[in-house]
Structures are given as C-alpha cells and as structure tokens.
Design a protein around this ligand. Structure first.
Ligand SMILES: NC(=O)c1ccc[n+]([C@@H]2O[C@H](COP(=O)([O-])OP(=O)(O)OC[C@H]3O[C@@H](n4cnc5c(N)ncnc54)[C@H](O)[C@@H]3O)[C@@H](O)[C@H]2O)c1
Length: 389
C-alpha cells in the first residue's frame, strides 16, 4: 500500500480507542491529528502524546479542514448522530461496533454517507481477525466444498468488567447482544458469505443486578442452507480462552483462572469512575501496557467451521484444518498487528475508493441480526429476515 496518509480525527478516547492505538500508531498511512472527548484529561493526554488538536466539542472536530476521516469510538448511543454529522461535513467515517442501536439508525447512516459520497465502514470487529480472513481464503479456494455449519462458543467476564450504566441497559445497546453478538455475527457472515434467512434465540441473565442480557444462545439459518449456532455467556465463570491456550481476546498470554471470579472483584461503589479512569489519560489508565504489540492475534472464542471436505478451527496462532487425509496447520502471519486490517480497509476505502467488506449496508445486516436475536427471545418465535421466508 503506498500513497498519501489519511489524516484521522477521533471521537471518544476510551478503551476502544486504546485498543486500536497500536495499529493506528504503527500504520504508515494513518496520521492521528485531532480528537474530541468530553474528558479534559483525555484531551490533554492526546495533545501531549500526539501533538494533535484536542477539541471540547464534536462540531469543532467536524469543522477541522485538516482531517480526512473520523474514527467514532464514542459510546454506542452517539454512533448514529455523530456518523451523520461527520459525513455531512465531508469526512469519511470508521465507526465502532455496534454500528448503531437499531436498523433504522443504520439506514439513516448509510443514506447520509451515500448522499455525501464519502465512505462509512464499521470496525474494528472480530470479523476482521487474521484467522477469519485466512479461513475465508481457504474456503474460497473451493477445495473444501461448501460451508455447512458453524459453531461458536464465547464465555467471558463481559458483565463484570467496569461498566457505564448504559452498557448494561439493552434498550441503549447495552448487554451482550449488541456489544458482543455483533462480533460473532460478523464472523459467521464473513465465513458463510450468504444472507441470514432466519434467527431463533434465547437471551438470558441470571444476575438481575447486571442488566437483562448476560448470555444468549442463537441459531442463524442462512439462505445458502448453512447454519450457525452462536453461544455467548458473559457471567465470568467458565472462560473460552482456555480453548485458545489461555491467549486473551486481545492477543496476550494470560494465566488460567485460579482465584475469585470477576464478579467478586468488582468494587461495590465507584464503578463508573473506575471505567472512566481507565480511558486514555485517566488516572488508572496503563496506556503503556495497553499499547504494547500483543504476541498473538486477537480472537473471539471457540469456532469450528464445518465444510464438505474439512473442519477448520481458527485460533489466534493458526488455522487448523482437519481433513479426511489428516490434520494440517495453516500459520497466521507473525508480523501483522491486531486491527491493522481495519485501518488498511479505512485507507483503501477513503483514499483509493476500494469498496469495503464491512461497509454501511453490509454492517447494517449485522445489526438486523442482533435485533432479531432480541425479538426472537422476547416473542419466543423464529424471526424471518428475508421477504420470501
Ligand atoms: N471493537 C472492540 O473491540 C471494542 C472494544 C471496546 C470498545 N468498543 C466500542 O467503543 C465504543 C466506546 O466504548 P469504550 O469501551 O471505549 O467506552 P469508554 O467508556 O471506555 O470510552 C468512551 C469514551 O467516550 C467519551 N465520550 C463520552 N461521551 C462522548 C461523546 N458524546 N462523544 C465522544 N466521546 C464521548 C468518554 O469520555 C470516554 O473517553 C463502544 O461503542 C464500544 O462498543 C469496541
């Protein structure tokens, strides 16, 4: 990839931003030039670390003529309005997952980007992970026949990480469906490559103090005949990182759980301050640790992809192919930074006009499936997503 750099502005200097920082910093075609965050300490840290312009309101960020694109990493409820204002100011947009709170918002965002003739793509999400791309390429060779079935299990401590109140409120996009199913759905849509025909799901929570959606089990049927079973449990006891050799979601080696659960470690008071303190520039932020290059790729739990001729098991170090003739390992590139492909996609879309995989229309399909999970659970029935079904 060569050519001029994309001058990037940021909206929201919290954990999402920090996780993307190694990839943005190292990217030869991304320049971090400006940011907006309501927290003054985040703005000072941004100006200090990047010599960039730090604005106290979003309108000023949009009005900055030296910015080509804005990465919207603000809380979910701002994604729609900020994306629309940014594209109307002529900026390309990379908006964090989940794209928005519902399909109507996604449609407005896609229409605004199309009218303004700028790019709007969604990410990072684990749909971009290297092992998913490699598995997709193996499937695309045609040597393994059709994808028939996917099984995905993700057990985490999602509910007991320090949270803002709205992160646990399903009506504001909180809970595990919008925040976490959006990753699983991106992954299975990327690998199956067909439209979702119907969804049947249950959502559950057995800790009423932590919102209404702590877990789900969902079956997605695809128009091509394939199906995907998605299970997510954020109650913080079993941990599917065990199936990845104790490599964490963000690619770091971690110790097997030996002590008390995440729930018992969460403080009784001051959770919101704890969350804010961990954002960029916050008193508790260990940004030096957070911006280290992780030794492994990111991942999102146990995934098994069954095709006619092989099962594939994508992991954070390799894709294992289990065929009739034997087992073969396809290693992942060791040099790639996690999330680099997201910023590659932003550059090639914004600068070179290449259509992104995770564009606005495609990503709206993931939100439609998240909505269908919630509706199926509430109405206890199958939700059909295609008109003819
Ligand atoms: N892709 C991923 O792996 C990943 C990981 C973490 C977060 N995220 C996404 O990033 C987004 C933010 O989540 P987070 O965990 O970073 O939250 P956070 O609370 O850590 O950070 C949010 C930041 O946004 C700031 N903020 C508040 N109101 C704002 C506004 N109106 N405009 C701009 N900034 C505002 C806050 O001061 C804070 O710095 C969410 O949509 C979340 O889903 C994605």
């Amino acid at each position: 990839m060569s050519g001029r750099a994309i001058r990037l502005g940021i909206s929201g200097l919290g954990r999402g931003f920090v996780l993307s920082l190694p990839a943005m910093r190292a990217h030869p075609h991304i320049e971090l030039v400006a940011a907006f965050d309501p927290r003054p300490e985040a703005r000072s840290a941004f100006a200090r670390d990047f010599g960039g312009r730090a604005y106290a309101d979003f309108a000023a960020l949009c009005a900055d003529r030296e910015i080509d694109a804005i990465y919207i990493a603000s809380p979910h409820q701002f994604h729609c309005e900020q994306s629309i204002r940014a594209v109307q100011a002529g900026k390309h947009v990379l908006v964090e997952k989940p794209m928005a709170l519902d399909s109507a918002e996604c449609r407005r965002m896609a229409a605004a980007a199309s009218e303004a003739q700028v790019a709007l793509l969604v990410g990072p999400s684990h749909g971009y992970d290297s092992q998913i791309e490699l598995t997709r390429r193996l499937i695309d060779t045609g040597a393994y026949g059709q994808v028939r079935m996917l099984t995905m299990l993700t057990y985490t401590d999602f509910l007991y990480r320090p949270r803002r109140a709205e992160e646990l409120d399903p009506d504001q996009g909180g809970g595990v469906v919008f925040s976490q199913a959006s990753h699983q759905i991106d992954i299975v849509r990327r690998l199956i490559g067909s439209e979702i025909e119907s969804v049947f799901a249950r959502t559950l929570s057995w800790d009423p103090g932590r919102g209404g959606e702590g877990a789900y089990s969902a079956m997605l049927n695809f128009a091509c005949g394939a199906c995907a079973t998605l299970v997510y449990n954020g109650h913080g006891l079993f941990d599917t990182d065990e199936f990845a050799g104790w490599i964490s979601e963000t690619g770091f080696q971690k110790a097997p759980r030996a002590g008390p659960s995440a729930r018992s470690r969460l403080p009784e008071d001051g959770e919101a301050q704890l969350k804010a303190g961990r954002g960029f520039g916050g008193a508790l932020a260990d940004v030096d640790a957070a911006v280290q290059h992780p030794p492994h790729h990111e991942h999102f739990g146990l995934l098994i992809v069954s095709c006619d001729g092989a099962d594939f098991r994508p992991t954070p170090v390799e894709v294992i192919e289990l065929g009739h003739a034997g087992v073969r390992a396809h290693p992942l590139p060791s040099s790639a930074l996690p999330r680099q492909s997201v910023f590659d996609a932003l550059v090639s879309t914004a600068r070179d006009g290449v259509a992104p995989v995770h564009g606005a229309e495609w990503s709206a399909g993931t939100i439609a499936a998240c909505e269908a999970i919630r509706r199926s659970a509430a109405e206890r029935r199958v939700i059909n997503l295609l008109p003819h079904t």
